[in-house]
Design a protein around this ligand. Structure first.
Ligand code: PEP
Ligand code: MG
Length: 324
């Protein structure tokens, strides 16, 4: 299988009837860069900056962050690198920045923390932009967006950070800015959000958690956590339908994109950029190269009529077997 994957690396991610998809990778550590390039990733769809923050015992300085981000940006240049601002809170704690709350997933998380701590936000933004000097492949992504005001505020800060860095003499361009669609409220305002930003990336992990009211890490309710729940599928389809003609970039960067069944359904819905862990990439590419868009759309049409998550996965298993 490893051998097959080796030849897959340089083959395009394309369906049997010529539908082209972009497979991006989710990263966190610098070690992720080499293995992602090795598996043919076309860019970074999600660089989780909380990872380098979590492995330290204090906040990295702006200068330290420049070095860390530069590795990712340089490693993939000229391909795009989507750097997400700090998404701490919820399940992701920094040992040197304790947050104690009864409902951490509904509390101070992601953009909410950084907009309350502008020194953290601005150091990150300035470091990202400095790190992109001469490369111009930076995209900035905002996590846990639940309303338009957060995006407006963050955009103003990003523009200010860009102006500062440029003023300081760095050879930089204004990065593209995007938001994660991972809170149900964002699904219902996806058009307004799309008007403000360059791209949207669906976080199917949190979207599933918040749509189903199921803690993504609680083993007691793990049976209920299912991205193939018909309501999740409808939300995902509704997002594409709402922004299809808006000219906004659209991708999925949750675990679902790295699941062969999930990838096929997302592609059939109209998502053409999928970002996943490097381990999932060859498997997803192999599956997509073995199916036609027409077949995938027929599968989607069939599963969208089903009312149980289990029926969706069973039906997909059968349809995928029959297709081969
Ligand atoms: C998601 O929520 O789907 C996502 C990609 O972000 P994270 O898993 O880091 O919350
Ligand atoms: Mg998330």
């Amino acid at each position: 299988l490893e051998e097959e994957y080796e030849t897959l690396k340089d083959l395009p991610c394309e369906t049997l009837d010529g539908q082209r998809l972009s497979l991006f990778v989710n990263t966190g550590l610098s070690a992720d860069i080499a293995r992602s390039l090795d598996r043919g990733a076309e860019g970074i769809g999600l660089y989780r900056t909380e990872v380098p923050f979590m492995v330290r015992d204090r906040f990295p300085t702006e200068a330290e962050q420049v070095v860390i981000y530069r590795q990712q940006l340089e490693g993939f240049a000229p391909s795009p690198v989507t750097v997400r601002t700090l998404d701490i809170g919820g399940d992701k704690a920094l040992p040197y920045f304790p947050i104690n709350e009864a409902n951490p997933f509904l509390g101070w998380r992601g953009i909410r923390v950084t907009l309350d701590h502008l020194e953290i936000f601005m150091a990150q933004i300035r470091a990202m932009i400095k790190a992109s000097s001469g490369l111009y492949n930076l995209k900035i992504m905002l996590p846990m967006i639940s309303n338009v005001a957060e995006v407006e505020e963050a955009l103003a800060l990003i523009r200010r950070g860009y102006a500062e860095v440029k003023e300081e003499g760095f050879d930089v361009k204004m990065p593209q800015v995007g938001v994660m669609i991972e809170i149900p409220a964002a699904v219902y305002q996806v058009k307004e959000l799309a008007e403000l930003v360059d791209f949207l990336s669906v976080g199917s992990n949190d979207l599933t958690q918040y749509l189903l009211a199921v803690d993504r890490n609680n083993p007691r309710v793990a049976d209920l956590y299912n991205s193939f729940h018909p309501s999740v599928l409808r939300a995902l389809l509704s997002i594409v339908d709402q922004v299809r003609d808006e000219g906004v970039g659209l991708s999925v960067c949750g675990e679902m994109a790295g699941d062969p069944m999930g990838a096929i359904l997302l592609m059939a819905m109209g998502y053409d950029v999928l970002s996943m862990s490097s381990t999932s990439l060859p498997k997803v590419k192999a599956v997509i190269r073995n199916i036609s868009m027409q077949q995938a759309q027929a599968m989607l049409n069939e599963v969208m009529t089903l009312s149980h998550a289990e029926a969706v996965t069973q039906t997909m298993t059968r349809l995928m077997r029959e297709a081969n």
